[in-house]
Design a protein around this ligand. Structure first.
Ligand code: UDX
Ligand code: ADP
Length: 466
């Protein structure tokens, strides 16, 4: 079976870039990306592709090349479902904030709504692809809903988890380490799986396309993220030990990463990992393990999160301690709000938690991030619910100029590793700050020898005062 028309429900960080790449690589497939969020769809359709809602290097150019040819963004969900041979579900699956599994399990309400809508609308057979990260065995629930609510058409369910990392989405999609496609072990299941293999084969070498059963695919996604997050928590645990022993975590990371069995990636100490996946997926893994009575397995993975929370808190506490144990009324500038560089995504960003801690100590914060809007910063802080919206706006300013943001500040904290922070004019910044001028580098990205020479009092994660 050859796919001619694809619908993707959900025009977010996963659906948007993935569908743009499929459209760019498969000129004979029509790709309709639909979303209920009208504002988001309008932004995807903005005549200036620099205004698309997601910032990813190279994405705007790719949208410009494909949009209106075989790539379309719209809010016409029913029509797109009708027309499609294959439907990707790329809606959000946040951690539940209510009821059973609150704070741990994935909230599947958006997935279920999609399934019900597909079942109600579809009049021809469809292949349904789970793209969102889902707890293992979600396909079973999905199939039940589709088969029981639908009007007699056949649905084949595939799991095709996304391994792209934000900030490098375009290159990850273009040259993926692997594409994983889980399918049912039946004749129909195998045909559906092959149809999706054929789509990716347009640009991904065959040997990099792995096919498995649905459950292995679902679980692999959760555990790949858990393993990556575990490496970050491992190096972050070492960062604290380095700070008290005068070892330098970057040197330790280089030394252990040179062992080919360990490898050098994902060993960068930081103020803590963020993003929409790591915490959510591990919590999910912990919840699933607990629900099978596997308490030791659950505790093992939960420690990765505990370490991450500790790292964020410890960094914020260090700022307060260094500023003579009080930051009340002091101006502290946060450089970076996104959870990592080259993205405007702020979900679970360490910056949010560091800011919250400092605000609870009555600091006055000024935020500068090259790609995050003022509206987003306030919405992240309001969502925490620690203080009123009015107070957040009184205590926090978001500025477009890094120099203005640091003018007369007591301290600066680097929370995202944006490249442009390295090339700021640090001499001018030092001159404009109150003295002693403190700088806390939560990403270990700046040249601290140079900063010391200027006169800054530095604290570097994994190295301590220097
Ligand atoms: C992750 C996975 O990498 C990707 O495969 C999956 O599909 C989705 O989740 P993403 O969340 O976009 O991608 O970002 P990633 O690059 O994995 O970084 C996650 C967090 O870990 C970031 O906050 C990053 O700054 C932090 N990190 C990463 C470190 O602190 N140190 C490192 O060495 C690597
Ligand atoms: P991700 O990082 O997983 O892509 P996002 O939150 O960026 O997550 O994107 C998910 C998108 O899915 C949102 O834009 C949201 O509006 C959309 N969405 C959620 N439920 C539905 C639905 N039932 N129909 C269409 N779109 C939906």
């Amino acid at each position: 079976m050859s796919i001619k028309n694809i619908c993707c429900i959900g025009a977010g960080y996963v659906g948007g870039p993935t569908m743009t790449m499929i459209a760019a690589q498969c000129a004979d497939i029509i790709v309709n990306v639909v979303d209920i969020n009208e504002k988001r769809i309008a932004a995807w359709n903005d005549s200036n592709t620099d205004n698309i809602p997601i910032y990813e290097p190279g994405l705007s150019e790719l949208v410009k090349k494909t949009r209106g040819k075989n790539l379309f963004f719209s809010t016409e969900v029913d029509q797109a479902i009708q027309d499609a041979d294959m439907i990707f579900i790329s809606v959000n699956t946040p951690t539940k904030t209510y009821g059973v599994g609150k704070g741990m399990a994935a909230d599947l309400k958006y997935i279920e709504l999609c399934a019900r809508q597909i079942a109600a609308v579809a009049t021809t057979d469809k292949i349904i692809v789970e793209k969102s990260t889902l707890p293992v065995r979600t396909a079973e629930a999905l199939k039940r809903i589709l088969d029981n609510t639908g009007n007699g058409v056949n649905f084949d369910i595939l799991s095709n988890p996304e391994f792209l990392a934000e900030g490098t989405a375009v290159s990850d999609l273009l040259n993926p380490d692997r594409v994983l496609i889980g399918g049912e072990e039946t004749d129909r299941g195998r045909l559906a799986q092959q149809a999706l293999v054929d789509v990716y084969s347009n640009w991904v070498p065959k040997e990099q396309i792995l096919t498995t059963n649905v459950w292995s695919s679902e679980l692999s996604k959760l555990t790949a993220n858990a393993f990556l997050a575990q490496r970050v928590s491992s190096i972050n645990a070492l960062s604290e030990l380095c700070e008290v022993t005068e070892a330098d975590v970057n040197e330790v990371a280089r030394a252990i990463g040179a062992d080919s069995r360990i490898g050098s990636k994902f060993l960068k100490a930081s103020v803590g990992f963020g993003g929409s996946c790591f915490q959510k997926d591990i919590l999910n893994l912990v919840y699933i393990s607990k629900s099978y009575g596997l308490h030791e397995v659950a505790d093992y993975w939960e420690q990765v999160i505990i370490m991450n929370d500790h790292q964020k808190r410890r960094f914020a506490r260090k700022i307060v301690q260094t500023l003579f144990n009080t930051v009340s009324g002091k101006k502290i500038t946060l450089l970076g709000w996104a959870f990592k560089k080259d993205t405007n995504d702020t979900r679970e960003s360490a910056a949010i938690y560091v800011a919250d801690y400092l605000l609870s100590e009555q600091a006055e914060l000024v935020i500068y991030d090259p790609k995050v809007t003022e509206e987003q910063v306030y919405s992240d802080l309001d969502y925490l619910g620690t203080r009123s919206e009015g107070e957040n706006r009184r205590l926090v300013k978001v500025l477009n100029s890094p120099y203005e943001a640091m003018d007369k500040a007591h301290a600066i904290a680097v929370l995202t590793e944006w490249d442009e922070f390295k090339t700021l004019n640090w001499n001018d910044i030092f001159d404009s700050m109150l003295k002693p001028a403190f700088l806390f580098d939560g990403r270990s990205v700046l040249d601290h020898k140079k900063l010391n020479a200027i006169g800054f009092d530095n604290y570097v994660i994994g190295k301590g005062p220097c």
